[in-house]
Write a protein that binds this ligand. Structure first.
Ligand SMILES: [Zn+2]
Length: 170
């Protein structure tokens, strides 16, 4: 068996060893290069097994909906540009993944027009106007307020639960 042919058996070597012909196993014993490939594949898959996706925060959907509403209400032309600026220069770093998610979703919702992609891929806007910046700051402000309200609600409900627990334990 050639090394080339053995590579087609590598996934089965890891996932379903019973299906692998004896000559492939024989080749692995004799060829250290292929044996290495096999071990690396196995190690990679084992690493993937240990990976756990992070759980979303309790109010993720609500927060996402708030952002989507906000973007929907903003004037249609230029939102791509503003979103891009916010992703690039936004101060709240921890919100970036969320923004990116909302951005991806918006692309899908709005049909992801080819024209939109083209303007997104262009480099720096040629004439960023003052009014656009002001609008952006206002949007960010509204955004922060929504998040603060949600956070306050979150805290209040957690306090409420612990208070209830304290009451029942007494
Ligand atoms: Zn080989």
């Amino acid at each position: 068996m050639t090394c080339e042919k053995l590579k087609t058996f590598l996934p089965d070597m890891v996932l379903d060893p019973a299906r692998v012909p004896a000559e492939a196993r024989q080749h692995l014993r004799e060829c250290s290069s292929c044996e290495n490939d096999w071990k690396e594949l196995e190690a990679t898959l084992r690493l993937l097994d240990s990976w756990q996706s992070p759980a979303p925060t309790p109010y993720f959907d609500t927060q996402l909906a708030a952002r989507l509403r906000e973007e929907k209400m903003s004037p249609a032309p230029g939102w791509l540009e503003r979103m891009r600026m916010r992703l690039l220069f936004g101060s709240d770093l921890h919100l970036r993944p969320l923004m990116a998610g909302a951005f991806a979703l918006l692309l899908v919702v709005s049909g992801g027009s080819y024209a939109g992609f083209v303007s997104f891929n262009r480099t720096v806007p040629q004439n960023p106007t003052v009014s656009a910046t002001v609008t952006d700051l206002e949007l960010l402000d509204a955004n922060a307020q929504t998040l603060q309200q949600l956070a306050a609600f979150d805290d209040a409900s957690v306090d409420g639960i612990s208070a209830t627990n304290a009451n029942t334990s007494n």
